[in-house]
Design a protein around this ligand. Sequence first.
Ligand SMILES: Nc1ncnc2c1ncn2[C@@H]1O[C@H](COP(=O)(O)OP(=O)(O)OP(=O)(O)O)[C@@H](O)[C@H]1O
Ligand SMILES: [Mg+2]
Length: 413
Amino acid sequence: MSDSVIVVDGVSKRFRLYHQRNQSIKAALMRGGRAKYEEFWALKDVSFEVPEGSMFGLMGVNGSGKSTMLNCIAKILRPDKGTIATRGKFSALLELGSGFHPELSGRENIYLNGSILGLSKRELEARFDEIVDFAGVEQFIDQPVKNYSSGMYVRLGFSVAINVDPDVLLVDEVLAVGDAAFQEKCMEKFAEFRRAGKTVVVVSHAMGTMRTLCDRVAWLDAGRLVEVGRPDELIDRYIDEGHVQRGDADGGSRWGSGEGALTSVAFVDAAGAPTTKLRTGDEATIRLTYETRQRIDKPVFGLAIETLEGVYVWASNTRDADYVPDCIEGSGTVEFHIPRLMLLPGTFDISASIVDFSTVHVYDFRRHCYRFDVDHGTPRESGGLVSLGGAWRNLTSGSATADRAVQSLESGS
Ligand SMILES: Nc1ncnc2c1ncn2[C@@H]1O[C@H](COP(=O)(O)OP(=O)(O)OP(=O)(O)O)[C@@H](O)[C@H]1O
Ligand SMILES: [Mg+2]
């Protein structure tokens, strides 16, 4: 099977949706064993290959079949049509807490899980400390896992899954439950995995992570494969088709005492219309409109930008910028003008606030109130979050090609 560790060939998976709510054996017997159901195909004729040593992403909206696909690869579900050929030792972190017994302690679950995943008692003993340490659950290791928080559950599950030394690791969304520090540790583990030539198949709604992490992604929609390809291209299309919510107030949180409120927060184009699509190097303006219930002295307006994974990219407020109005009353507009947007391609969230001059009292705080995409522009740098706008220089004389390359970089083309 060439250099692929997973070959998915024409896979379809059917679920039966039963109409009767009461699915007891007795009820089924009384109906003469004929339960009424509708067939539903969660996967329809899906084919793709996962190359060995790759970081492979599965993306798609809720219900598109990602988890079903991953469960079929993990052999937890059996396809109704088609085949899945796999090579090597698999380990999976699927649904939250799957594989854990709630009444058993963390310690007992490590042994139970590890042995299911193919480690001997001796191997488990040798790795026990590392597993506990990576999960950061030392203090709770002898408590039943039913008392664990969802974050602890996931950390322990992930820690066991990676420490059984698999060739292929399957990871469903669950990692999103962990905090930023743990996610960072997971990313490092993924990188380590990849350096060791191992394969990871990951499902995520965090498009920023998928973009930076994956070599290839498969896009599922209503059980069908839309395309397999490079993450930057497919994710741009996915975002363009509006599968990632963006724009005004999409599920962000909001708090504050309310004497003054931000009535809108948006990037606006030259004509003043809100826009969620920008390019690296664009001139851009973030416009805030506000309304007050009473006069507010020395208000401080603030803005922050984060990636979808919560990486804090930038912030500014009018106090630090030495631009505080004496007072505001009624409604008005404040703008933050950016001559050149130095963010590299990705999806970002804006948070905005009005606070008092001490910055302790919050009038209105709108967290993640505006989501926008940055597409390739100028300069075109290779990766990361920000453009440094620098240029390469050649210090070796007599290299004509390199000189030309430097010139063209400096002239910004
Ligand atoms: N055991 C099941 N019985 C019946 N229907 C199911 C079952 N498991 C999944 N489905 C259905 O199959 C479809 C695909 O579900 P799946 O969980 O694979 O989606 P997903 O892409 O992982 O979604 P999400 O992003 O919400 O996790 C959904 O419509 C879901 O309701
Ligand atoms: Mg899922």
